[in-house]
Design a protein. Structure first.
Length: 150
């Protein structure tokens, strides 16, 4: 199992995602030098769809452990678990310490609770979907596309 622990400086330099406009939904194209970095960037990108994470402090933490048969399913389950943390607890992740094997993801997610009086509300992300899901390695970099139901 490989683990990724990014410093704040690395997080700021390493945000590798871009928003994709999809009729009726929204998507992200995510990149990472490692699979762990790709999963971290996917989580960061998704939370940026929800709110301005520069206003979120990494003062609370949650632990997430999920399993799946492959990386694609693991990515969708990871993002949907984070959607659940936001929907059920108003928790917004900011820093992600990820340990990843082919079938298990274990992460400590540090962030804070969304406060509508303080935090900007962007999109209401309902779920990460399998629609147009792709996960490939291009040269030395991993790339994924994920569509979110909004």
């Amino acid at each position: 199992m490989h683990c990724l622990r990014l410093s704040k400086k690395q997080l700021d330099e390493g945000r590798k995602y871009e928003q994709l406009d999809i009729s009726g939904d929204v998507g992200l194209r995510i990149r990472g030098n490692t699979m762990e970095e790709l999963f971290e960037n996917a989580a960061s990108g998704m939370f940026e769809l929800i709110t301005d994470t520069s206003q979120i402090k990494a003062e609370d933490k949650r632990t997430v452990v999920i399993d799946a048969d492959n990386y694609e399913t693991l990515l969708i389950r990871w993002l949907n678990e984070l959607v659940f943390l936001f929907d059920a607890h108003n928790f917004v992740g900011k820093v992600f310490d990820i340990c990843l094997s082919e079938t298990i993801l274990s992460a400590v997610v540090r962030g804070a609770y969304f406060d509508p009086k303080v935090n900007e509300r962007r999109l209401l992300v309902k779920a990460a979907t399998y629609h147009r899901l792709s996960l490939t390695k291009k040269d030395s970099e991993w790339e994924a596309e994920v569509v979110f139901d909004i």
